[in-house]
Design a protein around this ligand. Sequence first.
Ligand code: GRF
Length: 191
Amino acid sequence: MGISLGILISGRGSNMLNIVKACLKKKINAEVKIVISNNTKSECLEKIKNKGFKIKIIQNKDFKNKELYEEKLSNVLKTEKVELVCLAGYTKILSEKFLKKWKNRVINIHPSLLPSFKGLNAQEKAFNYKVKYSGCTVHYVNEELDGGEIIDQRVVKIEKDDDIDSLKKKILKEEHKLYISVIDKLSKKGL
Ligand code: GRF
């Protein structure tokens, strides 16, 4: 069974799907308890119906303020007995209050070798900077955007014939491998 996961997404959801698959196929020592999206248009949610865990849409706009939204988020995660919260393309910034409650229990994947190229469009930034290597990072989430302690990284070489799209694809492929390997390691090591 392993560690209990809650996955937060906002969009495409390829990392989420990959984690769900790895758990269901018992490739990693973890179990998805809930997937939460803040986007009603996350089409990937269709693909994970009836897999034995909850799927919820929780949107900021349905709450009076961010605090109440996060309180709901936190309560739902607790109800499902989530131990580790995995952000996978989740675009909201979590407050200090939420992160205090979930200290060292929230991790995120970012498409660059942090601390380089924080924030949005990291692959484009790396490409335009003409770095020769980029990659992806899984890190703990703290109050600084993409600034929490690095857990692990994977490197991608940028070849002469790469463009932004091919680089994005290469990095995403490594993201999928990295995220499940980190979850598996954390599960074995203990939180
Ligand atoms: C990934 O590139 C991830 O690193 C970043 O957002 C993207 C999400 O992609 N944080 P997906 O929704 O997992 O397909």
